[in-house]
Design a protein around this ligand. Structure first.
Ligand SMILES: [Zn+2]
Length: 70
């Protein structure tokens, strides 16, 4: 896995919300060794799902247009 900001090496890491009151606010994510950019698994999952949604929209756009016209 490489960093999207600097192409540096990202390592798997458990990220905890230190400002949260609960100690359960820890997620598995990745941290860039070069610039410190942090990406958590939730963000990645959301990004992947939105990308898939965009692809679905793009792929079905012609059909939607046909339906709209018809
Ligand atoms: Zn980086």
């Amino acid at each position: 896995m490489t960093c999207q900001r600097c192409d540096g090496l990202m390592v798997s890491e458990r990220i905890c919300d230190l400002q949260g009151l609960s100690s359960d606010l820890c997620v598995d994510g990745y941290r860039c060794l070069l610039c410190g950019n942090v990406v958590d698994a939730t963000i990645l999952e959301n990004r992947r799902q939105s990308a898939e949604a965009l692809q679905l929209l793009a792929g079905s756009s012609t059909r939607v247009m046909e339906l709209a016209v018809g």
